[in-house]
Ligand binder design. Structure first.
Ligand SMILES: [Zn+2]
Length: 83
């Protein structure tokens, strides 16, 4: 079983405040978790897309703790081929 294959995860931060400070906090938090690449982020909706080998819930819980907002996991795309 191959481990640590990065996959793309879409997350939704509920009632995200789209000021520079909160956007920066999200980025800083992702750096603190480590091994997370921020692919895109829409501050208007609070939706972000990351690429990581970590479990989606690790990102979800870290964001919730940091921002004190509810975070939903929208989708996870596993790039692992089914061989
Ligand atoms: Zn803010």
């Amino acid at each position: 079983m191959a481990a640590n294959i990065p996959r793309v995860i879409d997350l939704q931060i509920n009632q995200f405040c789209n000021c520079d400070g909160c956007i920066r906090r999200v980025k800083t938090m992702l750096e603190d978790v480590g091994g997370v690449e921020l692919l895109s982020m829409d501050p208007e909706t609070g939706k972000l897309t990351v690429s990581t080998a970590k479990h989606p819930q690790v990102i979800q819980f870290a964001l919730q703790r940091k921002l004190r907002k509810a975070v939903d996991i929208l989708t996870t795309t596993n790039d692992q081929p089914s061989s």
